[in-house]
Structures are given as C-alpha cells and as structure tokens.
Design a protein around this ligand. Sequence first.
Ligand SMILES: Cc1cc2nc3c(=O)[nH]c(=O)nc-3n(C[C@H](O)[C@H](O)[C@H](O)COP(=O)(O)OP(=O)(O)OC[C@H]3O[C@@H](n4cnc5c(N)ncnc54)[C@H](O)[C@@H]3O)c2cc1C
Length: 490
Amino acid sequence: MNAIPQKTNVLVVGGGPAGSTAAGLLAREGFDVTLLEQAQFPRYHIGESLLPTILPILELLGIREKVEARGFQQKQGAYLEWGSETWALDFGELSGNYTHAFQVRRDEFDLMMLENASELGAKVFQNVEVRSLQMDGDRPVRAAWQQKAVNGSQPQQGEISFDYLIDASGRNGLMANRYLKNRKYHNVFQNVGVWGYWKNTDRLATGREGDIAVGSIPNGWLWGIPLSDGTMSIGAVMHKNIFNQYKNKEMDAIYSEAIDASPLMRKITKNAELISEVKTESDYSYASEKFCGPGYFMVGDAACFLDPLLSSGVHLATMSAMLASASIISFTRGDVDEAESQSFFENSYRQAYLRFLVFLSAFYDVGRTKESYFWEAQRVTQQDVPADFLKLAFLNLVTGVKDLADIQSDETHHFVLEEMTKRIDDNLRWRQDKKALAGMQGEKLASVRENANFFDSIEGIFSINESEAIGGLYVTLVPTFGLARVKQTS
Ligand SMILES: Cc1cc2nc3c(=O)[nH]c(=O)nc-3n(C[C@H](O)[C@H](O)[C@H](O)COP(=O)(O)OP(=O)(O)OC[C@H]3O[C@@H](n4cnc5c(N)ncnc54)[C@H](O)[C@@H]3O)c2cc1C
C-alpha cells in the first residue's frame, strides 16, 4: 500500500457518503485529494432509506448504473399510518421526476461510494484516524493522523499538510466539536432511535414491497425498511424524556413495547423474528453556527444533523459535498473569490437544512392526534431557527417574496408552518384520490404541479439552476462542474 503523503491539495476527513462524494468530485477535476477514514470498510452504519435525489448525485459521480445493477432493494415510495391519516406516497407521482430510490445496507453502499472516490483518483486510506488539526490563525493547515495496526503491521502516525480541509467526519464533528465548539442542539427533535433487524416480516403489509413503512404511536413513530437480503430494519424514534421515564427498563423491552403500540408494525412483525441485538443512538438534531471558514468546509453530519423521519441524512450529506466541491473548484479556477465561495456554500447548505427542519416540524404537526408530550416537543420555535434565517430560507418559496417579507418576525414561524401544513394537506388529498389525479387538467393540474415543485425545492437538490441562485451564484453540472453567476439583464 502507498504511504500517506505529507502534503495534499485537499484533505477529506471521513469516508461516509459526504466524504466520498466530495473526494470523488474534486479528484475527477484534477485536485490532489487525500481521504483519511478511521474505520475499515465495509463498516456498519444506520441510515438505510435513500431519497430519489441520490440518483442525480450518482449520475454526477458516474456510478448510477453500477448502483442500479447492484440489486439493492428498489424503493418506489413510502407508506405512512400517520396520526389519523393513511398515506401511500409514490415518488414522482405529482411531479413526474425521479420515481425511485433504494433501501441500502449502508456497509455495502458506503463501500461502493468510497471505492468510486478512489477510482476517480482520490488517495483513500482506511484505518487512519485524524487525531488533531494544526491551525494558522483560523485556518486549519495540517492534520496529525494515526493508523491502526493491521495484518501484523505496526501502528503508524504522521502529519499531512493541506490547502483545503473537507470535514466529513459525521457526528464526531472534528472541526465543530474540537475546534470551533459551535455545535448547537435544537430544542426541537431531541429524540432517540432504537432499532434492530428482523427476518420473516410481512413485506407486503404496506401494499407494495420496497416502500418504507412509517407508523406513528402516542410516544413517537417507527420505521420499517425492507432490505434486499429479505431482512427488515425496524426502528422506533421517541423523545429523550420518554427514555428517561423508563429508567429501569431494558432497551429491548422499550423497543418491543413501541412495536406493539403500532398496528402497522404489529402486522409487519406478526410472524417475524428479531435476528440482531437492539441498537440505540440519540438522534438529537443540531447545526453548527458556521459551516465553513478560511480553508475549510464541513459537510454532511459534520455540519448538521436532522431527525430521520424524512430520510434526509444521505441526501443532505451528498448534496452538501457537491456544493462544497463546486465552491472549491470555482474559487481555485478564479471564477469567484474565497469569501464568495464560502458565502455560497454557507447559505445554500443552511437553507437546504432549514427548509427540511421546518418541513419536518410541520409534518410532525400533521401527525399530532392528541396532546402528547412527544408531539408537542417537535414544534420548531424562534430558539431553533431565528426568524431572519427562516425568512431567508423560505423567501421565493412561500407565497412570493412580498408576503413573507411583510410578516413581522414574531409571526414568521407561525406563518411558514401554517403555509407548509396547508401544502402537506393538499399533497395528501391529491395522492389519496389516484383516479382524480390521473384525470386532472388545467388549473387543477397546475396547482398539483406547483405543490410538487414546492416540495421538490425543499427535498430536492436546489441551487443547480439560475432561478434558484443563492447570492447570484448557482452550481452548473455541464459543460464543467462548478459555480456560475446569474447573467445580468440590462
Ligand atoms: C436513528 C437514525 C436513523 C437514520 N435513518 C436514516 C435514513 O433512513 N436515511 C438517511 O438518509 N439517513 C438516515 N440517518 C442519517 C444518516 O445516517 C447520516 O445523515 C449519514 O450517514 C451522514 O453521512 P456523513 O457522510 O455525513 O457521515 P457518516 O456516514 O457518519 O460518515 C462519517 C465517517 O467519518 C469517519 N470519521 C469520523 N471521525 C473521523 C476521524 N477523526 N478521522 C477519520 N475518519 C473519521 C467515520 O468512521 C465515518 O465513516 C439516520 C440517522 C440515525 C441516527
């Protein structure tokens, strides 16, 4: 194996979906990229349900065909028993866009992504932990690493200097937790996940094999994710206070009580057998105060994390990696200056995150059937997102610039959540009557499309065309990958 170099153009810390996407895109553009990953892949990771936005990312990385051919479970949509509603959601049904995604075993998927980064030219080293960073003022310039002893070799250590750092270290958050100390946990979504793997589940309980099943319970909600090997990942998400109340209870008992509380999951697991240990992870949502600074970009969970209800994790990880790579490429080419590239990244990633955060909160509100502590706790407030941030994230999206700009700060949250809830309700109504949807024309069809575009702008990859530019910049994929300026009209 080659030795870890002493110098590199871009150092990527972490080889999850965020790190491997950034490393691959930058290496393909000719950057000298070194990626250090502390684990040996394939390694276990939670987060198996992907969104259709993974397809354009895989296309950009040149591995869509390979991933399609791998035989991951295809996912055409979601089935939700959410509060008093039943919701069969087909991807692309309202918009005609990408119509599927995948349910993946993350050990296999992440390995494919990491190998692809290496094939695109990144120098990838596994079993190598970045232990510390050396700063020149506010700018990280060198990393100290330690390599585990593998196959009888001695542990090694060394240093590597770099021009840019991409921190893709996930929830470890190398920059945010160790140096910037700027990770802020939201009051909302202070939830805990507990999950396990099952065999012999009823995979057709939702009407269609491959969909993610989601069922709400008084204390939270559960996911059921069917995987291609015939097993199913079943997890429960509940507020941390609910776990505190159960102090003397074993985690396994809390888990099976949650499954029992959901008619949908009871049906799915009726003849099934739990074949793994029960795992748990706090999934409190957080965001760093800054996502980038001189010489560094934080991508994926290293910058921010969101409750898994909408399966947004890998989407935000790969999209932010794309935004950071485009920013570095354009700054290095001299198309934009460093401050502009940082401001573009900061604003576009934060807006993507905030839109999701508020969408989640509105979605939780729709599911609320009774005054249970869990559901109340999912309401986003001014403390979670300042009104100005929220306005910025939703300008041009909620009823047009003027309406939102005119709203008083203390009314912003209420206004945005109400607008969002209205659209979620419309979306549900249209999806429930498939026959009416198929025959829709004229103005009605235009409202359906408008509704679909609204959610695409929240859940999709945005700032990749002129109309969604942020600060006058957007990402271009062709003819070259990078940032472009909106053309001035005279
Ligand atoms: C309960 C739960 C359920 C979830 N469900 C979903 C879901 O269904 N769908 C979805 O899309 N997302 C889901 N997520 C979120 C998803 O797991 C993450 O958002 C996603 O993995 C983020 O990717 P990443 O590349 O940023 O980080 P990671 O995938 O965590 O990768 C970070 C990598 O960095 C490495 N690393 C860390 N520190 C160092 C260091 N110092 N030196 C070297 N390497 C280092 C780690 O070993 C790791 O491989 C869920 C999360 C939770 C908690």
